[in-house]
Design a protein around this ligand. Structure first.
Ligand code: IMP
Ligand code: MG
Length: 172
């Protein structure tokens, strides 16, 4: 049976409001500073574009493609498929993610960025599913907290599909 994506969870208007909320907090916190924004591919490509266009400070935007995989250890390991081109050493870094689920990916990435000498690493996610967390990771900037449902749209996919939806829909 084909997947059903007819139920909208988050409308375009709610996404607009989320962008205003998150960007104004970031603008306030980083006033007078420079920021390296790291968008996490592929899911965060739309959020990164929308968010960075609302930021007022000088920003250097780069992308990484990472995932966590869990072997015998519950924390897992970070797999880097595409690495940064910028050097984060001594820089203030903001990681922009589409959604936080278990929290493994961002916890591991944060460690890697600090090991590379970043001055500060903060985490920003458009959506958060705290019910699914396996660690104590809390995003510094969170757009919208959602229940434990699988969602697509606004960059998020199911097997590479549905990223282009302008709103966020539940997969049934
Ligand atoms: P985690 O926080 O390490 O478990 O991984 C988060 C990643 O899992 C996200 O960046 C997404 O790629 C993916 N993911 C988690 N929940 C969803 C969802 O509801 N829809 C689409 N992708 C999801
Ligand atoms: Mg992702």
């Amino acid at each position: 049976m084909a997947v059903d994506t007819s139920e909208v969870m988050i409308t375009q208007e709610q996404i607009e409001k989320m962008l205003e909320d998150v960007s104004s907090r970031i603008n306030r916190d980083y006033e007078g500073k420079e920021l390296i924004v790291i968008g996490i591919l592929t899911g965060a490509y739309i959020f990164t574009a929308d968010l960075t266009r609302r930021l007022n400070m000088p920003v250097n935007v780069d992308f990484m493609q990472v995932s966590s995989y869990v072997g015998t250890e519950s924390t897992g390991e970070l797999k880097i498929r595409k690495d940064l081109t910028v050097d984060v050493k001594g820089k203030d870094v903001l990681v922009v993610e589409d959604i936080i689920d278990t929290g493994r990916t961002l916890a591991l990435l944060k460690d890697v960025l600090y090991k590379r000498g970043a001055k500060s690493v903060k985490l920003c996610a458009a959506f958060d599913k705290p019910d699914r967390r396996v660690n104590d990771l809390v995003p510094d900037y969170c757009g919208i907290v959602i229940p434990d449902e699988f969602i697509v749209g606004y960059g998020l996919d199911l097997d590479g599909q549905f990223r282009n939806f302008k709103d966020v829909r539940i997969v049934r």
